[in-house]
Design a protein around this ligand. Structure first.
Ligand code: BG6
Length: 465
């Protein structure tokens, strides 16, 4: 350890990065993989995707994973999160498993272990198999059962070596993007369906947690939530109430059932008042209550700034969460000039303290935090190495707050950045680059470690900075 380190982290802190199958693997038509909603959408509406680049190719992890895992080692990873593609494992969502998918994921897991990088495996990252979407996706109970089958197969194939599992990444995102705001397939705007999708995602998570615990495989299972702290414009009761409603809808809707086993009473009241409670069976609530997570991954990018509604919503417009609050553009806020998102480092501390105080200080880690940059090749030096000092500062500034939380007793075990390598991001495709390693789309997807990748190696070697 160097003498002048100010921010030192515990010895076995999890340092690494996160990724997802659709965003990284590519080869979406290869080796028996079935179509998921992204493959289908790209096939039918390619113009929705930035520069017309779809999920078929992405960063080619499917063939380059050995080189990539070596790069993870070179950038100091001791852990790495990836997701298993449901439609690669089960091309039709259920039924016969694709043996080639098992071979691939075994190879990835074994290579990671060989390099002493712990695999963190997520089971669902926005990638509903198309066959399941045709049955209604998360709206449908039969899809919940198919997901349980998929997860059970993953546990029996990989559970002897994978000790950290996650049932979902950011389950609020398919709710918002698929059923309210139109960024993901099926691009509906239907509050009732959105609530049902959210409820079934939680039910699916609890059912899978139950299966995992029954198998006694010796590991842990959790969920990854994008917790977005809601800050009111002022201390006026109406603003505070608006912030609380946003928090209930976007954060506590998943945090409470995942960790405490029950939905917040205030949220239930809000939905009941508007007659938006989901359909459920009595037994569902028992399953959710009895099968909570062992630990929690928290993704943090930016806060939500809200104020009381200043004008009535048009009663004829579709019902949206914004019936309860308005967004507020805070003057003087710090902004990432290359992506437009607010940067508010203290947000990560506020989330961690909230987990400590209100969620029994459950074991957690920061499972995504990152800074997207448009046209990042403008920051190349003459050797083609991106000089991303802005990203290094971004990470350090967040780590300082995580360090403070740690020293105040928060049970935070690690920090994963988004992401290891520049990857394809849904409708934004390759617009915003986030990697510690760059990918050159014009030159056979050549990988080059960025300045932040070298910084990350030092950070993890020193366990601090
Ligand atoms: C996270 C998601 O919320 O945001 C990732 O888990 C996504 O899948 C990332 O890529 C960044 O989003 P964007 O739109 O800036 O690429």
């Amino acid at each position: 350890m160097s003498a002048n380190m100010e921010f030192v982290f515990p010895k076995d802190f999890w340092w690494g990065s996160a990724s997802s199958a659709t965003q990284m693997e590519g080869f979406s038509e290869v080796d028996g993989k079935g179509k998921n909603i992204w493959d289908y959408w790209y096939e039918t509406e390619p113009n929705r995707f930035y520069q017309g680049i779809g999920p078929d190719i992405t960063s080619q992890f499917y063939t380059k994973f050995i080189e990539d895992i070596q790069l993870m080692k070179e950038t100091g990873h001791n852990s790495f999160r990836f997701s298993i593609s449901w439609s690669r494992m089960f091309p039709n969502g259920r039924g016969d498993v694709n043996e080639k998918a098992i071979v691939f994921y075994n190879h990835v897991i074994n290579t990671l272990l060989e390099y002493k990088i712990e695999p963190f495996v997520n089971l669902y990252h926005f990638d509903m198999p198309m066959a399941m979407q045709e049955e209604g996706g998360w709206e449908s109970r039969s899809v919940v059962d198919a997901y349980v089958q998929f997860a059970t197969t993953c546990f029996s194939e990989f559970g002897d070596r994978v000790m950290k599992w996650f049932t979902h990444n950011e389950p609020i995102v398919p709710v918002e993007c698929g059923y309210l705001y139109g960024h993901h397939y099926p691009a509906l705007c239907d509050f009732r369906k959105a609530v049902q999708v959210g409820f079934h995602s939680i039910l699916a998570s609890a059912k899978v947690i139950k299966v995992y615990h029954e198998q006694s495989l010796g590991g842990k299972i959790g969920i990854i939530l994008n917790v977005t702290p809601s800050y009111p414009r002022s201390n006026q009761p109406a603003d505070v109430d608006a912030a609380e409603k946003a928090d209930l809808l976007f954060n506590r809707s998943f945090l409470d059932p995942s960790v405490k086993g029950r939905f917040p009473a205030k949220l239930v009241d809000m939905l009941q008042k508007e007659n938006f409670l989901p359909k459920y069976e009595a037994e569902d609530l028992k399953i959710i209550d009895e099968n909570t997570v062992d630990f929690l991954g928290i993704n943090y990018y930016q806060p939500r700034r809200v104020k009381a509604k200043e004008s009535m919503s048009n009663p004829d417009a579709p019902f949206m969460p914004e019936r309860y609050f308005d967004y507020y553009d805070m003057p003087g806020k710090k902004v990432n000039p290359y992506r437009g998102w607010e940067i508010y480092e203290k947000g990560v501390y506020d989330i961690l303290k909230n987990i400590q105080v209100n969620y029994g200080n459950i074991e957690c880690f920061i499972s995504e935090n990152g800074m997207g940059v448009e046209q990042e090749d403008r920051f190349n030096n003459e050797d083609g190495v991106i000089q991303d000092d802005y990203r290094i500062s971004f990470y350090e500034d967040h780590l300082k707050w995580i360090h403070k939380a740690l020293h105040e007793g928060v049970n935070v075990k690690g920090y994963h950045v988004w992401t290891f390598i520049d990857n394809w991001s849904w409708l934004n495709s390759y617009k915003n680059r986030y990697g510690l390693v760059s990918v050159d789309l014009q030159d056979d997807y050549k990988r080059t470690i960025k300045k932040s990748g070298y910084w990350f190696k030092k950070l993890t070697e020193n366990n601090g900075f």
